[in-house]
Every structure is written in C-alpha cells, then in structure tokens.
Design a protein around this ligand. Sequence first.
Ligand SMILES: Nc1ncnc2c1ncn2[C@@H]1O[C@H](COP(=O)(O)OP(=O)(O)OP(=O)(O)O)[C@@H](O)[C@H]1O
Length: 636
Amino acid sequence: MPLVVGSPVGRREFVVGVRELFRRFWPFLRRNRAALLLAGTLLVVSALMDTAAIWMFMVLTDDALVTGELAAFWAPAAAWLGIAVMGAIASFCGGFLSAKIAETFLLRLRAHVFEHVQKMPPHFFARHKSGDLIARFSGDVEAVERLVVSGILETVTVLVSVILYAGAALYLRWDLALLSFALAPVFWAVARKFSKQLRAVSTEERAANGAISTVVEEGLSNIELVQAYNQQERQLAKLHAQSLRWFRAKLAEARLSVLYAPLVTVVETICILLVIGLGIWEISAQRITIGGLMAFAAYLGYLYPPLQNLGQITMTVTAARAAAERLIEMLDHRPAVTDDGRRQPPADRHRGIRFERVGFRYPGADRAALVDFDLQVRPGEFVMITGPSGAGKSTLTKLLLRFYDPAAGRLVVDDVNLSELPLQTLRDTITLVPQEVAVLHSTVADNIAFGVPTATRAEIVAAAREADADEFIRGLPEGYDTILGERGALLSGGQRRRIAIARAILRRAPVLVLDEPTNGLDFASTRRVLDPLRRLARSRTTILISHDLDLAAEADRIVVVSGGRVIEQGSHRQLLAGGGHYAKLHGRKSEPPAPLGRTPASVQNRREQPHRGFSGELFGPDETPTVRQLRPWVPI
Ligand SMILES: Nc1ncnc2c1ncn2[C@@H]1O[C@H](COP(=O)(O)OP(=O)(O)OP(=O)(O)O)[C@@H](O)[C@H]1O
C-alpha cells in the first residue's frame, strides 16, 4: 500500500510503497543473491532441524521415558544429537552468511549514496543542513539494510518456521491445533496496532536526531562567533529543545517495544494453559500420548516466538521505511550536470578558454546571473575579472568547473565544448584557488598534496617553497607532519592562503582560477602571498577574480563585469585612459574618504589615501596599503 509522507518545509512530498523501496535498493544485492539464497536455505534447514529435534523428544519420551527401557533410548538419542549438531552448523553458517551479506549491502549502499551526494551542485548543500545529511549516512542507511536484507531473511525463516511448527502440531492433533490457532489473530491485531504507533515515533526520532547533529555541527563550526557574541546559552537551548524532542520519541519507542513482548507472552501463556487443560482430557481418552502432548506443547511454544517475530518484522520494516524514504528523497536529486563527454583536449598544448554568449540562472532564482556573457582568455594570458558584488564573477568559476551547465551559449576549453569533455579531464585542466581556503583536519603535507595524493615529500616541500610556505611550516611543532586543526585553526589567514597556493602549484594544471586571493588579508599577509601568486600564474592561463584594484597591474587584461555582462575590458592603462567605469572607480582612490561619523583629525591629515575596490569597502591607511606600498614594482 502506498504511503504518503509528510515532508518537512523545503522538501517535496512523495509517495513510496514497500515495492518501490525494494525496486530501488534490491540492485545493491546483485552479486549476493546466490549467497542470500544459501543463507535463507541454511536458516530454513536450521528450523527444520528444530522441528525434527522436538519430534525425537516425543519418540524418546514415549518409547524410553514412559516405558523405562534403556534399550529404546540409544537410537532416538543418537538421532536427536545428530539433528542438533546439523541444526547448529546450519544456524551458524546461515547466521554468519546473512550478517556478511547485510554488511556488504551497507558498504555498497553507503558508498553509492556518498558518490551520488558528491555530484550534487552547490545549491544542494546550501539547502540541506550538513547535520541532517550526515544522519542519513549512518542511521538511514542501516535502516534500509534492516528492511532489504535482514527483513527478507527473517521473514523467510519465520514463515518457514511457522509452517513447520504449525504443520507438526496439526499432524499430532488437528482439533487441538486449530483451537490454538484461533488465537493467532490476536497476535496480528496487537502487532498492527504497535506498528502504526512505532512508525510515527520512529519518524520523529530520526528527524530529531538529524536536528541534533545540525545544531551541534553548526554551533561547533562557528564556535568563535558563538563565544564572541555570548550565544552559548541560546545554542544550548536549541540543543536542549531538539534533545528533548528526541528523548520523548525515544521514550515512546521504548514504551512500545517493552510493552509488546510482555503482552504477547501473556497471550501465549493463555494458549499453552488451554492446550494443557484440553490435553489432559485427550490423554484420558487415549487420543494422544504423553510424549505427543509434550511435543505438541513444544511446537506451540516454538510457534509463538516466530509469530512474535513476524510482528516485530512489521515494526522493523515500518521503522525502516521512514529512513528509506529520506534516502530516496536524497538519491532523487539529480546532479546539475551529466558526465558523458568523451572527447579529450589536444595533448600538445593548452588552447585557452572561451565563454560564448553564455546565459545562466541559478535553480530557483528569479533573475539571471549571466546574460550573453562573452569572454576569450588566450593561453598564458592573465585576466583579472572585477566588478560590483553580485555581478556574476564567482558564477563564472562555477560554470568553468561545470558545477552547472549554462542555459544558453557555450563554454570552450582547449577548443572543446565543456560538455564534451569528461568531467575529470576538465577539472584536471583547471586549478581553483577558492576564496575560502579549505583546510582538512590532517597533516600539512596531506593538505598540500590534497589534489595529488601520490606526490612525494620532496615535491610537497618544493611546492611549499615556491609558495613561500616552507619557512613557517618548518616552524610548526612537527613541521610538515603537524596536524592542522579543523579548518586550519592553527594557521593565520595568510598562511592558509600560502598552503592553498602550494596545493595549486603541485597540481600543475594549465588553467588557474584565483577567487579573491587577497580577500581579508592585511598588508603584510597580502605582500607575502603576492610573490607566490605571481610565480603560480607565470606559466598558466590565469583568471583572477577580485575587487582589489591594487591587483590590476598584475593582469594583462582587466574585464569589468556588471549585471552578468562584460561592460568594459582592456589593460589597466587603456581602461584608465578610456575614462569608463574602471577609471572612475580607480579615480576614487585619489579622493579623500567620505567621513564616517567624526573622523579624527590625525586620520584626516594623513598623507596616504585610503584604498577602495569595487565592493565599495573603505579602508583607513593603517589597515590597507596604497598601491605604491603594495607593489613598488608597478609603474602607475
Ligand atoms: N546558489 C545561488 N542561488 C541563487 N542565486 C545565486 C546563487 N549564487 C549566486 N546567486 C546570485 O547570482 C548572482 C551572481 O552571483 P555571484 O556570486 O556570481 O556574484 P559575484 O560577482 O561573485 O559577487 P561577490 O563579488 O559578492 O562574490 C547574484 O545575484 C547572486 O545573488
């Protein structure tokens, strides 16, 4: 029966039935189907041996115990022992095999989900909280396993056991057996009621679990902000609210689980007592032997746990569905680009980059980020792209690295349309030095070698030297083997940039994209990254995205972007001479700063002029260098 899932805000509503769940996840068992069949067979054999063992108990009771003849003991005892040993072997092999299949399934499914999520475009991660995504990789993946592997094996074993025990009981005394079976619907009714309630509770518990991860992750990753703004109490309150939600759901789940077993035990005891009472009458009428009655009671005793299990399987399946649906919701997000290009770029030399009348709008955005965008970057050229905030500069890098495909026009690298190149080839061709330097919780050496894990220590050190990072790295407690805290907490902003530059140097890709490489750096740090940046750009086709007009003289050409279009381009001198947007903005650097409240006379009297960029930031001369301070080698 299809199930309508109420989706949280921002997620679509969808309907998933159990059949659909199996259709989606069954393929992960493809290489284990024979093993699954074998495990199921072994577990069935084990149940068969249990049935036979009870039968031998009956034979032993009637032939040896009741008569007191030792001679009648040996044959059934030996048979019983043989049956018990075979049952134990089948149970061990079946149990171990099924555990192995279940773990293999988990391995594959987790890898598949991770592989899929790694293809998602940036807006996917902006819309999903990382804590929630992390929860899907642990609890939800396991819940699906419980549904698809363990659920199947348990159902088969339980059904076969029920048939065997019920068949044996019917064979012994059909009228007594039918009377006992009449109580079976009670078990079903109890299981159904519990299953419904458990499903609701389990959905709530998983949602709360994801929310807890999100609160912790968000709070700890922004801990400095939290501490500086005295928001610890609020974070704690947020965690407490979600923990309380989780606590309540967990308690409700525990209440249901612990109530179910005793309830079933009471029903079961009523059945057994009924059978024994009627059995006394049957024995007196000589319709059944004592051994037969004991075996009958044993079959009934063995019959109830599988029935009870059947109820629990329903609950397990129900609980797992909530998780499976969350996984399907994630897996149904399609990557923003397909990776079916097969062309390779010419091997001899790099041929530059072209944006040809490119148009692009972010999914869900109401206005275009790029409109008819045209730009050609020749091989070896250094192009600076500047413009006001929101002009579309960073969007260019997202299209260039194919996080998205353009809606109109095309991008060409090395004379090949981007969509015709394999993604790996494209991304091997371009090295991005992003605005936010990603530092992993690993050693300095591992961080530098992130893009080239096979790099030798000598290559890593050479790259660090080129990036002017070797000296400060050697000053760290364990040099290149120092573990950098999460997000590089041990390093200054400038040092992080130099690690990023060393990482980029090691890749040796022909195209380099620098996104705001000096953003947030002070004068001294900016100076320390400029030289390595210049060395990095020297042998590569370089696109530099920056508001910082002080970097303009580094470029062969400056492209001014506004409203998603190129509005001006040329060399620094040409643009200044042209008197357009760039010249106006650059000209503002020689104007005195607009007063911000009461400006102290000491500041007003300073000879150095403040620095401005396209972003309109206003810096006092203390914080930001003038063009000449920064680059005495640039003739402006
Ligand atoms: N993920 C997104 N979803 C929707 N709109 C987006 C997204 N990212 C950017 N935009 C929008 O696209 C436009 C261009 O953004 P982009 O980040 O390319 O600007 P930018 O020139 O790099 O700005 P800045 O200098 O501030 O980094 C902006 O209007 C922005 O709001």
